[in-house]
Ligand binder design. Sequence first.
Ligand SMILES: *[C@@H]1O[C@H](CO)[C@@H](O)[C@H](O)[C@H]1NC(C)=O
Ligand SMILES: *[C@@H]1O[C@H](CO)[C@@H](O)[C@H](O)[C@H]1NC(C)=O
Ligand SMILES: *[C@@H]1O[C@H](CO)[C@@H](O)[C@H](O)[C@H]1NC(C)=O
Ligand SMILES: *[C@@H]1O[C@H](CO)[C@@H](O)[C@H](O)[C@H]1NC(C)=O
Length: 496
Amino acid sequence: MVTIKVLSWLVLSCCYLLGVHSLPTLQTVLQKATSVFSSSVDSPQYGRFLHLTDIHLDDYYAEGATIKSFCHRMPKKKKKKSKLAGHWGAPGTDCDAAPSLVYHSLESIANEWKDKIDFVLWTGDNARHDSEPGKIRRSGQEILQYNIRMTELMQKHFRRSADNSSIPIVPCLGNNDVHPHNVFSGPTPRPGTDDQDDNLQLILYRNFWADMIPEDQYEAFRHGGYFAVDVARGIRVLSLNTLYFFDSNDAVGSCSAKGEPGYDHVQWMEEQLARAHEDGVKVFIIGHVPPSTRSFKPDCLDAYVNVSLAYKDIIQGHFYGHANADHFQLLHRNAEDDDDSMTIQESPSRLAERLRDQYKELAHHGKDDGHDENIMVVHVAPPLLPLFNPTFRINEYSLDDSPYYGTWTKYTQWYADLKVWNDAYRHGNTSKPQFQVEYATDADYNMSDLSPQSWVRLARDLTEKTSAARDLWMAYLTNMVVQNEDSLNDEMFWLD
Ligand SMILES: *[C@@H]1O[C@H](CO)[C@@H](O)[C@H](O)[C@H]1NC(C)=O
Ligand SMILES: *[C@@H]1O[C@H](CO)[C@@H](O)[C@H](O)[C@H]1NC(C)=O
Ligand SMILES: *[C@@H]1O[C@H](CO)[C@@H](O)[C@H](O)[C@H]1NC(C)=O
Ligand SMILES: *[C@@H]1O[C@H](CO)[C@@H](O)[C@H](O)[C@H]1NC(C)=O
């Protein structure tokens, strides 16, 4: 059944890829494959990079539509305009992103930052959610179209002013970038032979991401949807395919079973980290679904934590999206399963409660500096999708000419207050949303760098029994919902 669906998706998408739009054909894409290494090595270095995630573009978004219809259909009776889908989006609801917001945001973020950053991390979920399966079915073809369109836009906008050269962009697959969502098989045996066929969706992605994946990584990507890329001098990004670790993906087995895609993926990670260590480079790991007891298969989580801790000296951070709320998780080597590991969605207040328990449990023991060698930290950036408000994150790393070079030191979280811009629009002011600083890790969290030790210290600062800690916790929660404070009390469920 699943096979048939995937096949029909592929037939449609191949046709789409080969015709209809002004897209490069498969052949030209295959020919013009270039390494993303070359351009970045000689260009000026800024010590900054952008992290963009969870765009969730929705072509069906309609200004003035009801929230109940996921911003897809007009109300039958007259309703107050402020209760309906706004021009720029519907923050605080389960609606997906309005095209007007997505196109404007990509362009304005790129215009502002293209001559100030070294590379872009882009962690998946470009397509809208399948929020109305009975009404507006989301087809595989539609998912692919969003991804091709976003790829073209990213590559068009992220170019240097001086010489129009491209800025390295590192994508990865989200659970909503495949069809049917969450389900993603590994290579399949070719009947009557000992050979295997790569997952056809990976072949497609490999084709239209060809400029972003180094040629020597094509095979790895076609096999497993992961690749390594050097984005600046001494800086390597490992782009993971977390669908093979994801608890909701029933098409693959656990990571401890030889021959399973998750097993191969962990092996690959280990090889890459060993090589990075040998090469003396710093590593930034990116993926879509963040590792946690709630989202990874238990064996996959254990293996991920084990290999990450083994190479903690070179790994600068684990950059994720998917959860749609700004937060960080502490993972312990011997993490117990959460009681509620079966819940797929949770409200902001529930997430907050769970994080608080986790920080209290893990950040107050360890050595004097609060740090336990068995703890790693996972970072979940909030989405561009205005679930609360649209966001992007500018990270910084050290350019010191020393072993400290490449160390992750800081980030600044940006957002646009959509309510303000929607209200302005309704009153005839059509200016486009402007992004502003929400908070920065140094100024607002008193962090002098972003090492695991510093995050554990922050977790402790957040959960002390002092009034300063309570204020800090409230600020942290408000950041978690991107200043959309109404959402904190909401039992709203969000789709991830
Ligand atoms: C920059 O390069 C892209 C890709 O080659 C091209 O489409 C675009 O027209 C160029 N822009 C300018 C201003 O030269
Ligand atoms: C943990 O990681 C190390 C280093 O990558 C590896 O040698 C070891 O086999 C791993 N152990 C388990 C139980 O996966
Ligand atoms: C339009 O609204 C924005 C957001 O409130 C405001 O900053 C801007 O000054 C307004 N422009 C005009 C012309 O009123
Ligand atoms: C900020 O952190 C430093 C240590 O890095 C500490 O001495 C200082 O008290 C902290 N300030 C606040 C306001 O928490």
